[in-house]
Ligand binder design. Sequence first.
Ligand code: VGL
Ligand code: ZN
Length: 179
Amino acid sequence: MKALIIVDVQNDFCPGGALAVKDGDDIVPVINRIAGRFDLVLASRDWHPENSIHFDKWPVHCVRNTPGADYHPDLETALIRQELLKGTGNHDDGYSAFEATNINLADFLKEKGVTDLYIAGLATDYCVKATALDACKKGFHTYVFTDAVKAVNAIPGDEEKALTEMKAAGCKMITSMQL
Ligand code: VGL
Ligand code: ZN
């Protein structure tokens, strides 16, 4: 069983948003093109309370139930079977989709018989990386779509570092064309 996790394709991480990733919206058509090829599609959302300590480190973004926390309007959401809400507590960064608080993601995937986990979304150097590293650690065959992720690159080179770290942990890098 192959599952796709779409990580944080939310307005605040796209151009015009509070914590915009450069060209973050470029990945939306790629995700829309491949989503139908998976047995199961899940999507995470950053879902912060407005007074989270997370905002000591970051501009206020993805406050739950606000437009910034909505999916990018062009993302086709019809195939999403399970939402993963993370960073939901006042003291909770929630970078990894495995830290979702509305469901135990690892147990859910194992119950569904998922063995192979494919990851796309935002941002390569934060939530994509954290999700991919957890996926490897929990024993899933983990694939990251290099043409369906984008990095914050707060420090130049962060993207390269993140990709190197994921590869070292056992994640495979593929393009959507190789699927
Ligand atoms: C993220 C920074 C802060 C992400 C979330 O989705 O990668 N980055 N919160
Ligand atoms: Zn956040």
